[in-house]
Design a protein around this ligand. Structure first.
Ligand SMILES: [Zn+2]
Length: 249
């Protein structure tokens, strides 16, 4: 039974001389892993084999038992040419698709994450958009959506609001949020937060409640760093493309 869905290409790898295995994020089925037999069928508008970040209409036969499905046809409708011209935007985009592919299980539908990724990539394609702020917002919404983030404006343990807190603040991946100085003592896995990070967290919370906020680069980098730390801790491994966006830790 064939399915037809909007899809974004997350990963490709060679399977044989003429076939690739391609992971897509589809809107209705979530991440699917498909075998693309013969590069012809998987060709994108740019003429080569299927490109990462390509977005379009995917026709495929789903896998039956958790194995590979079969790619029938992919028609690229969004070329992302602007992103490919700019290294910072390209690196950020590759990071976002690595994250989406890593955080979502195969065949588990998350239409909101598809829309979130689509919107983030569209934003990164606009020459004046703030790259790090787009990355920070994406991370924040993705982690929230998959249930890995609680409220970030208060200590997850004692519920004390972080605004106006006088001591140090920490983020703990295993606790799933911010800890105040008192609650953090004795918690081994943690990352110190500075004023820029907490300012960014407050701005992101305001953005979620519908207020328009702009996140300066330095704040966006700090909070993206923190959320990347959280994602890597939850995955049990670093994200391969993170350092090209956030620098080395
Ligand atoms: Zn506390």
């Amino acid at each position: 039974m064939r399915q037809r869905e909007p899809a974004i290409c997350l990963r490709t790898s060679d399977y044989s001389e003429t076939s690739q295995v391609v992971a897509f994020l589809t809107r209705g089925t979530g991440v699917v892993r498909l075998i693309a037999k013969g590069t012809k069928r998987a060709k994108s508008k740019s003429g080569g084999a299927l490109d990462l970040l390509a977005e379009g209409e995917l026709i495929f036969t789903p896998s039956r038992s958790g194995g590979l499905g079969v790619l029938v046809e992919f028609t690229e409708t969004v070329t992302r040419r602007e992103i490919r011209r700019d290294a910072a935007r390209l690196n950020a985009s590759l990071y976002l698709i690595e994250l989406a592919g890593a955080m979502l299980a195969v065949d588990d539908p998350h239409p909101e994450v598809f829309d979130l990724l689509h919107n983030a990539l569209q934003r990164l394609g606009e020459p004046a958009s703030p790259v790090l702020a787009v990355v920070a917002y994406f991370l924040w919404r993705l982690l929230r959506h998959v249930g890995l983030l609680g409220e970030l404006d208060r200590c997850v343990s004692c519920r004390q609001p972080t605004a106006g807190h006088r001591g140090k603040l920490w983020f703990s991946s295993s606790a799933g949020g911010v800890l105040c100085e008192q609650c953090a003592s004795g918690n081994g896995e943690r990352m110190a937060l500075d004023g820029r990070t907490t300012a960014a967290l407050a701005a992101l919370s305001a953005a979620e409640s519908g207020r328009k906020v702009s996140l300066p680069d330095a704040q966006a980098r700090r909070v993206a760093d923190m959320l990347n730390y959280h994602a890597a801790h939850q995955l049990g491994r670093p994200l391969r493309t993170a350092s090209s966006v956030l620098g080395r830790r």
